[in-house]
Design a protein. Structure first.
Length: 255
């Protein structure tokens, strides 16, 4: 990257770090070991719809990239998400369903939960539009969806506890219950999985450096990312609103 490209991508990264997941009340409660069974169930139910659109959104970006090497990296991302074959696991969305099932939810309760919350619908609408709308330059989707999702710092508590560790050691879920977080354990001791996750973020940064050119395109990417961050945190806050009551006991062990 040129110094100008590096500075632009670093600016986007800084926006993401400033409002990373751990700054939300939802993740502070969950990583702090304070989540009730109901909150963890609501986490699964309301996060699932957004995750279910992930590969379709990335396909919308990949289809408009003419560089074979970069397009292939996105396709490998999609292949891993849809099959788990690169990491030797399973479809990542299926692992997320298994997370919910370990909390006493049925598959139907997760997949067919009914109309999403307004905050969830707003997040989905932004992501789909940013990645798939022909009138929108694809770098808007790269910045506000791909980089935002894949460029998150490792999700850890102030004590350094990760989602994988807290699900295993604090909420005492079985291996199938925390496998999803192992699949997304960037920065963890799972070296192969960590490398895959970090490659995804690297791909987004290289796409932005190459294709996000000129003041107008860069302003559009910044604006879309800022909007996505606000929508994302509103979505997190809605899950707390729907599922958290501090008087309920923290969950410990399978229901």
């Amino acid at each position: 990257m040129t110094p100008d490209e590096t500075a632009f991508v670093a600016e986007l990264d800084a926006m993401i770090v400033a409002r990373k997941k751990m700054t939300s009340r939802l993740y502070q409660i969950v990583l702090g070991g304070e989540a009730s069974l109901r909150l963890l169930q609501q986490f699964v139910i309301h996060r699932y719809p957004i995750k279910a659109f992930w590969t379709r959104n990335i396909l919308g970006i990949a289809s408009r990239i003419d560089d074979y090497a970069l397009r292939r990296e996105l396709i490998e991302n999609i292949y891993e998400e849809e099959t788990g074959a690169i990491s030797g696991t399973q479809r990542h969305l299926e692992s997320f369903v298994d997370f919910g099932r370990s909390l006493g939810l049925s598959r139907d309760m997760i997949v067919d939960a009914g109309p999403p919350l307004p905050e969830t619908s707003a997040m989905i609408a932004h992501n789909v539009g940013a990645c798939n709308r022909e009138a929108t330059h694809f770098t808007v989707g790269v910045a506000s969806v791909l980089l935002l999702m894949e460029g998150q710092p490792a999700i850890t508590s102030r004590q350094g506890t990760s989602m994988e560790v807290v699900m295993r050691d604090v909420y005492r879920l079985p291996p199938a219950g925390y496998a999803y977080f192992s699949q997304h354990a960037s920065g963890s001791h799972h070296a192969a999985v960590s490398e895959i996750e970090e490659d995804h973020a690297s791909t987004a940064r290289r796409i932005l450096a190459r294709y996000c050119r000129g003041a107008a395109q860069r302003d559009a990417a910044r604006t879309a990312l800022a909007r996505a961050i606000e929508l994302r945190h509103a979505h997190f806050d809605a899950i707390v609103r729907e599922g958290y009551d501090p008087s309920e006991p923290a969950f410990r062990g399978a229901p």
